[in-house]
Design a protein. Sequence first.
Length: 322
Amino acid sequence: MAVAPETMIEAHGLKRVYRTRGKAIEAVKGIDLTVKAGEIVGFLGPNGAGKTTTLKMLCTLLEPTGGTAKVAGLDLRADPVGVRRRIGYVSQSGSTSELARVGNEITWHAELYGIAPKAARERAEELLSALDLEDVWDRKCAALSGGQRRRLDIVMGLIHRPQLVFLDEPSTGLDPQSRANLWTHIRKLRDDFGTTVFLTTHYMDEADSLSDRILIIDHGTIVREGTPKELKKRVSGDAITLTLRDTGDAEAAAAITGALVGASEPNVEGNVVRIQVQDGAAALAKLLKDMNSIGVEAIGVEVAQPTLDDVFLALTGRTLRD
């Protein structure tokens, strides 16, 4: 295997333009990003932000229409086949057949990379052991739990020993216990195998728990990057969340919150209103008093320190799952 470069992903002005009915639509507007070897990087963005398009370009599944990028030390546009040999990709939907046996799936996948069956078995046993799947070789994929199948997807993505692996929504559909278990194994990829991980997710707690660094994309551009701690520091004050009886009351409450001195622009989602303020306790007392004066009552109130979700909301005006 080639020596791993210090920088696993380096993109400059990476762009993707779609043309439809004579119009040009910029899905990705010339982004710059860097991922160093050994990092776990979370890549976040609301639907339509350009996240999936960027991921597909970096994985050689979609050709850029502008800019340059090196992935795993190779030029993305000049040597896409070489890039594929050096990266692993675990799709959101998975890649295993329910009717196949685990051992056959892994061996067939390894053969695509020119790996002999004996070597594939040796590598697979090492990975299966590391991901707590020692006894599944002869079992059918359909007999595995959701968490086991996601870990099997990761085994298949790592069978050729890539320097960099892309995980697309790895824990979607898993229960909380299985998600937490999977997070432990994703950390092992970096800690035990030295694998660089580029992760997309719709779960803020997942990004917060796993990522050494986070990139946030919106409207086709990177709008912020940093460690989870650094990003949280950018949102000062407290977060107030009000749950109202209906959307009419929510709109009335939003009008009142908008008049608070130093408050952020209110974000309204159905019957829920969210704002950022410097002093949550003092602001909440005034807010509830003003709401009461017009006959609007909150059925739920929460005051909390900023989270990554608050950072995302402040930057994009939307929650991540939007």
